[in-house]
Ligand binder design. Sequence first.
Ligand code: ADP
Length: 383
Amino acid sequence: MAAGEHGSIRIGVIGGGQLARMMVPPAIHLGLRISVLAETEGSSADRAADAVGDYRDPETVYAFADTVDVVTFDHEHVPREILRELESRGVAVHPRPDALQYAQDKILMRQKLAELGVPVPAWAAVANEEVLQAFIDGHGGRAVAKTARGGYDGKGVRVISQADEVRDWFTALAEDGHGGHLLVEELVDFTRELSQLVARRPSGEIRSWPVVETVQEGGVCAEVIAPAPVADPATLEEAARIGRIVAEGVGVTGVLAVEMFEASDGRVLVNELAMRPHNSGHFSIEGSVTSQFEQHLRAVADLPLGDTSMTAPVAVMVNVLGGPAEGPMPVRYATVLAEHPRAKVHSYDKQPRPGRKVGHVTVTGQDLAAVRAEARAAAAAFR
Ligand code: ADP
């Protein structure tokens, strides 16, 4: 790989959110040069943002790519045509557009997972209300409808019993003029949600972290327990197996998160793929020998991957969401640091808005109940 002035590899991250921000410290430690194409000044990764511009504008992205050795991402929204053009210009893009498309489009993702023989909820791509209603009626009268593109944190996901509950989405698809479909799935009766993080580098090396349990509130990740408290070792093995199949089958380069349901009937079903560091892996900053952010950089630069063992028996990460009644951040920050010296506090330096992820707290230790209580208390003190 070509390198920058002093021989260090230059990594360019498209997107200026907290994921890009958290790649900065390990880039510094590894001696990699990192720059960020942030949407706006004052975004979370602002400290490292050498460029500010619109990732949907081809010329902006090409100019940014000219300044780095490898392009990677903080989000999955860069249009595929721009990424393909980058590749045809000889730019190293990781994950590659052929892999990333499965994280960009939930219908393509379901098709690919089915092709790989990975267990998924029953699903269909539907183009109108009649077909959607037939699916709902055939699956117990309730189902989960999803927009194929552009959803995040539960936006673009609705539990419905009548097809007209997503009439607005069909209307938007019709106006779009691309003849798009919605995804509809069986409403899975699950006991918990799991996430398997895997990293793969272009030369093929793969490393997996222990599978974790994720707790969602209102469609947003609230808490992550690493490793997932063991119910059935077979489940954990199945999750690791699925992670590997997806990473290899899709040809992911960088970090991959496979979000799964542990269904009440014992099935492990894949819900979602993310091809970048993921909220379910934030625990790894303190909880793993190699964090997901460091591993992502190693992987996209095609450097040897690091050890993914836990540094303690348990790690619990709790998200800090913005609330309506915000006190001044510095005051709350000092309180949390004073009252919870064992908690590792991460602030994303973002303007708080109700429900917006503005930081997280991780605690590691021996005893799950104690670690969890401390992480929750520290996160609550932020709000
Ligand atoms: P997003 O892309 O917004 O993260 P997801 O597809 O991950 O959307 O769905 C968000 C949440 O909605 C999931 O974490 C899960 O709690 C719930 N959910 C999604 N699909 C299903 C399903 N088929 N059955 C039951 N719950 C679901």
